[in-house]
Design a protein around this ligand. Sequence first.
Ligand code: NAG
Ligand code: NAG
Ligand code: NAG
Ligand code: NAG
Length: 752
Amino acid sequence: MGSQVSWWIFSVISLVLFLNVELSIVEGGTNEETKVYIVYMGERKHDDPELVTASHLDMLESLLGSKKAASEAMTHTYRHGFSGFAAHLTDSQVKKISEHPDVVSVTPNGHYEPQTTRMFDYLGLSQSIPKGLFHDAKMGEDVIIGVFDSGVWPESPMFSDKGLGPIPSRWKGHCEDGQEFEAKKHCNKKLIGARTYKPQVKISDSEYMSPRSKDGHGIHVASIAVGNFVPNVSDSGFGVGTVRGAAPKARLAIYKVCWIKEDGSCAFTDILKAMDDAIADGVDVMTLSIGRPIPVFNEVDEGNIIGYGAFHAISKGITVVACAGNTGPEGYSVLNIAPWIITVGATTIDRWYPTPLTLGNNETLMGRIPSRDKEVQAGLMYAMFARDITKESAMGKVVLAFIVKNGDAKNDYLTSATHAQARGVIFASRRNDVITFSEALIILEIDYEQGTTMLKYIQSTSSPTIKVGRSVRVTGPVIATKVAEFSGRGPNSVSPSVLKPDVVAPGVAILAASNPNIMGHEDGYFTETGTSMATPAVAGVVALLKAVHPDWSPAAIRSALITTASTTDPYGEPIFADGLSQRQANPFDYGGGLVSPNKAADPGLVYDADAEDYRRFLCASDYNEGIIAKLSQTTYKCPTTKPSVFELNLPSITIPFLKEDVTLTRTVTNVGPVDSLYKLVVEPPLGIKISVTPNTLQFNSSVKKLSYKVTVSTTHKANSIYYFGRLTWTDGSHNVTIPLSIRTEILKNFNF
Ligand SMILES: *[C@@H]1O[C@H](CO)[C@@H](O)[C@H](O)[C@H]1NC(C)=O
Ligand SMILES: *[C@@H]1O[C@H](CO)[C@@H](O)[C@H](O)[C@H]1NC(C)=O
Ligand SMILES: *[C@@H]1O[C@H](CO)[C@@H](O)[C@H](O)[C@H]1NC(C)=O
Ligand SMILES: *[C@@H]1O[C@H](CO)[C@@H](O)[C@H](O)[C@H]1NC(C)=O
């Protein structure tokens, strides 16, 4: 095996360093009876921004009675990107203005709540909802999650065992002593296992030779999965709230396989050994926010260690959750593609912090991302090339730069701007959710249209200026959910008939525990972004599902997550895909969709599969019998008639090369009400005919499992792109939906 797995933290995009994003909020006013509210009026384009401000003021004036009161109450007006304003308002004024036909929402600017809490409320896993999976599962108390990462910070209150009962008696793992880590002192009823797997190569002197994590990644990931409730946590001093993990009572077993060292972080052999130990220790769920970066194309054999370890795990009934990687947005970038793994991509949630940018002509544009700085007034300049940013031209100024493709060019601008002691850089770029942090510079992003407006202003005056305002918080239905630009995308490069990723979960700007010795993390918490963050959230959801359905197989759990996942946000709006172009997301961006934990607890039907089904799939994929035998720790003979890759009982149908009709079988198992009648609803992909027999499924006390046949044919006369559709079985109260992804290929491998 030999080579090392490069460790995929949150940031593979070259310059993304999502460090501490301090989010400032418009402060309350002098009048104690008013609070600052953001009055949001939708995504509108205005020809004349002055008229817009005037119309906002008019609106306030009619509410408050005078022009003077209106201009005093208004703190910000937003005229680009979206329309609206922030103002000091009383409760009754809020009520009145909410009824205005142009107003979409009025959001109080109260306390900023840490993201983990918001993230799980958004997914419907809330303490304040009296019923549902979170409570039925007793918050995961009887479930053990194994985290394979860079270790733990045992002193974090998120790993406290407050409120937890005894350790499940089946647990056979243990905690190791080591540098600044004492099993007796640091392990408890929450942190029940902590083991290390030291690579043969030289490790950085600064690393702890123990389960303790130096770099913080493992701490963050573990606390998102199982973190206990910690009230009154402040994110860099801006407001307070409760942080917690997805399954706050689940038990944690740490397997430290990633170390700070020169080449890569987590070695193949260590990961495999750790997964093997974890099986014997008795973990119920494994979560891996690690993966092998590009090229993924040779994951077929020795590269696919996580896949191998996971095969052994799922054969023993242990669910394995792994990240889709931060290699997006291009196609074929998804990592951890084995069909028995739950592969997780990342989305944004319904909250964002745009930053008002006021030009010297008083025009305000909304920057797409939060600024760490309070309020900055500076000169403004345009740089066509990074080399145009010199000390003479740029010192103390904010620089506007247009970026065609995210990546290296940005680094060039940032390097030049840092050397020139510029105050900041505003990138006009395609939308990307990427927040870049630098101690030296303010770094912001705007849309190209806003960049053009800003450039016109710069060209219109001899001494252009800009005021970078304080970021405002916008929460709720008006903030669209997007699959993050960096999230690894399908198709699956190794097994194109297996849809990947499986699901998506929030992974942008997530607050969780860290190593307090890291600069900027002194309070023990930190905000990070990546599929690394979405993955443990899903692992926590799996723990809750396992608590409620201990008899479900890993395939059944995966099926429940996929068939109930939502292709809209919690408010019913479509999910978008950030990336090369702005569009609605499809199954290669989000698999089944956004996880819906409460629905997944009651999916109606599941598409089950066991290790033998996967072995047959490997035979169908021309895997060497020797490898399959190794996976099974037994001898193995493939069936004499080669099976079809399409026959694996996945909760999805993906056909990469459709020419002649393809007929395949799927089998569903009833896990809902015993006597149920399911009817078929097909939304076929464009130009694709889907015939299904039978088109009703009747379950009763003796019929638990039923199969159906699907025939897929194309009406396209030329090679096509992938088109997407859905196939749903519904009994009226359960919708069991699987994604269809079909590409026609008349001339095979013909590059048209
Ligand atoms: C919350 O934290 C702040 C600052 O650390 C402290 O002053 C305050 O007393 C705490 N409140 C509660 C309810 O613990
Ligand atoms: C911008 O607004 C300020 C304060 O309202 C005002 O003093 C200034 O004259 C305005 N500048 C322009 C160019 O309109
Ligand atoms: C269940 O349905 C099958 C097929 O429709 C039928 O043959 C069988 O008698 C039913 N069993 C019961 C217990 O109703
Ligand atoms: C099932 O899907 C239909 C059609 O989209 C929808 O009207 C219905 O509300 C859904 N039912 C459930 C229980 O989600």
